[in-house]
Design a protein. Structure first.
Length: 158
């Protein structure tokens, strides 16, 4: 059973504008959906952090970001690589979120609400089609709604 979400605020990172929540539900393949959303954000000049504490999922996503499109790839690296590389790369894969992280978008692939999400301009959530994933996504959605976030919801048919 998913743990309840908690709102963590770091006072020096409070923005006057609340984080925008984008919820995508009904994804048949959450990793491919994540790749498509990353590609779109990168095309718009945004930096993206993809968050999950699951090392195996990070490994899968790392491979997929190189191969999901036959004509291009999404430049990415892991958070623990060379600092210069991390700062120059638009998409970062991470199993943790640090208070000093400077990214426009946080793409959450964890079943719980991510920590420190208020320091990002946008937070993207992707809900799959499995029963367990839907339940966890509903908990996260309810948390954001109860916390006063404006949520943009998109129902996917992929």
């Amino acid at each position: 059973m998913p743990q309840p979400c908690k709102l963590t605020v770091v006072s020096e990172h409070i923005n006057y504008l609340m984080t925008q929540i984008y919820f995508y539900s009904g994804s048949n393949d959450k990793l491919k959906t994540a790749c498509r959303l990353c590609a779109k954000a990168v095309q718009q000049g945004m930096r993206v952090m993809i968050y999950t504490p699951d090392a195996a999922l990070i490994e899968q996503l790392d491979e997929l970001l190189w191969t999901f499109s036959p004509t291009s790839f999404i430049p990415h690296c892991r958070i623990h690589e060379d600092d210069q590389l991390v700062h120059a790369t638009p998409v970062i894969l991470s199993e943790q979120i640090q208070p000093e992280a400077h990214f426009d978008v946080l793409l959450n692939l964890h079943y719980q609400c991510p920590p420190l999400s208020g320091q990002f301009k946008r937070l993207i959530e992707i809900a799959g089609v499995s029963h367990e994933d839907k339940l966890a996504a509903r908990e996260r959605y309810r948390f954001y709604k109860d916390a006063g976030y404006a949520i943009q919801h998109y129902n996917l048919d992929d």
